[in-house]
Write a new protein. Sequence first.
Length: 192
Amino acid sequence: MKPRMLAGALAGLSCLLLFAGSAAAQGGQLVAAEYGLPGSHVDVTDRVRSFVHDGVLQFEVNDRNLGFDPAPHRVKELVIRVRHWDGDTQQYVFPEKTMVSLEMDPDAGFEWHERGLHIMRAYWGAEGRFVNVTEAVRAHKEGGRLLMRVDRANLGGADPVPGHRKWLRVLYYFDGERRNVVVEEHNDLRLP
């Protein structure tokens, strides 16, 4: 019986780690948030937006934080949709009593008026697992331009999804205009 319980615990832990890894958003804008039972959700977008601080959305999913209990005595879920810079929308599902931890785009609606190139955010990964590599990308900027090969060596050695083809997503401003670019691994990133 004990080996079976241990196997069950290990399987549960792996699911938890897989879920935690997949919830690492690479930045974007909160599109919508709904709370309730599958097939019967209530909009809580404004309430969830109030938890974003310094570009990070972090809080525990519970009735108190979301302001009401749409289904007393039943386990609910929070569904969050995030639109990324490339226009793709990704959905994250958080069961009640779990922690939400998503990196959001704190610069949405912000206007950069300085001339030249400014790297706002950069993320490296695939399959919904991305790591923030903003400083590694900024380090390649020279004389108002940026040229770098997109690979692990230039992005700090991180490999968020071993064995999978990865992409670098960069949000930047050039001469006051907000832009974004997605570059596949082993290609060159040239900005502007």
